[in-house]
Design a protein around this ligand. Structure first.
Ligand code: NAD
Length: 290
């Protein structure tokens, strides 16, 4: 297929390279010259504008920073410029309301579109092992699945338009809250005189067990290898967790959902990012609790 890829940053660069590896040809556009240069090295063809990149393609994939940018790229340069037969796939993490609005505009113009945000970071994007959570019609999902499979290990249909974004922020709200709960529990266990490894051995086999503990333990030297063992570098940055929690709070308000734990997690991650720790892995929040 001929695929336009818009937004070839940390995530998009690796994803586009995997489309090339799968045999697709990729028309690349990004505002940053460095991103374009890297994409060309991977086999993509550079285009000077979005409109030229989407001309005559079978599909358009976007991986952009936020909802306002996604909205403007689709409304100004994709809708009405890509062929009506092109499938539109937005893989960015954005708010549910904007995802639904952009899909409605695309559908009104005759396109099929999915929102397909990802779980997994830069390494998973490069390795083609992302998990895609997809919102859209059955027909749009069936068309999107083979394209997304070239970039990921799992492609799951979450429901109608916006459901991919809803699944992503619900999952990450749970992750944010469970990471803080895990951090404060280990900090308290230590203060009560428990050896962290001993507490891990007990709780990882008891009812407190959770992913933040057993797959991503926030304490160095305890549990499997995690960013804690690497000075809290790499992994999932606090700034990105805060972005997702902020989207979750907006969605909760818009849906009238009560989320006291998610709201507290958002406050704590905001304070941690405001203290200059936005670049640290999100498990580093344990430092504020120890
Ligand atoms: P990034 O900043 O590295 O990449 C975004 C790219 O979009 C940049 O190269 C930028 O130049 C480009 N861009 C911005 N505005 C543009 C426009 N109008 N037209 C064309 N290009 C434009 O960000 P990233 O880490 O690749 O994240 C991309 C998306 O993936 C975000 O929505 C993020 O929340 C989501 N995400 C990131 C991670 C992660 O670990 N980095 C994990 C899951 C999801």
């Amino acid at each position: 297929m001929k695929i336009a890829f818009i937004g070839l940053g940390n995530m998009g660069g690796g994803m586009a390279a995997n489309l090339i590896k799968a045999g697709h040809s990729v028309n690349a556009f990004d505002l940053a010259e460095a991103a374009i240069a890297k994409a060309v090295e991977q086999g993509c063809t550079a285009f000077p504008t979005v409109r030229e990149a989407v001309e005559g393609v079978d599909a358009v994939v976007t991986m952009l920073p936020n909802g306002a940018i996604v909205d403007s790229v689709y409304s100004q340069d994709v809708i009405g410029h890509a062929p009506g037969s092109a499938l539109l796939l937005d893989c960015s993490t954005i708010d549910v309301d904007t995802a639904r609005k952009v899909t409605s505009a695309a559908e009104a113009a005759g396109y099929q579109m999915v929102d397909a945000p990802v779980s997994g970071g830069i390494a998973a994007a490069a390795g083609g092992t992302l998990t895609f959570m997809v919102g859209g019609s059955d027909e749009a999902f069936a068309r999107a699945e083979p394209i997304l499979s070239a970039m990921g290990k799992a492609v799951i249909h979450a429901g109608a338009a916006g459901a991919g974004q809803a699944a992503k922020i619900c999952n990450n709200m749970l992750l944010g809250a469970s990471m803080i709960a895990t951090c404060e529990t280990f900090a308290m266990a230590k203060k009560l005189g428990l050896d962290p490894q001993t507490f891990y051995d007990i709780s990882s086999k008891a009812s407190g067990q959770n992913w933040s503990m057993t797959s991503y333990c926030p304490l160095p030297g305890v549990g499997p290898q995690s960013p804690a063992d690497n000075g809290y570098q790499g992994g999932f940055a606090t700034a990105l967790m805060l972005k997702d929690l902020t989207l979750a709070m907006a969605a909760a308000e818009s849906a009238g959902a009560k989320v006291p734990m998610g709201a507290r997690a958002a406050e704590l991650y905001k304070a941690f990012a405001d203290a200059g720790q936005g670049g640290m892995d999100f498990s580093a929040i344990i430092k504020t609790l120890e």
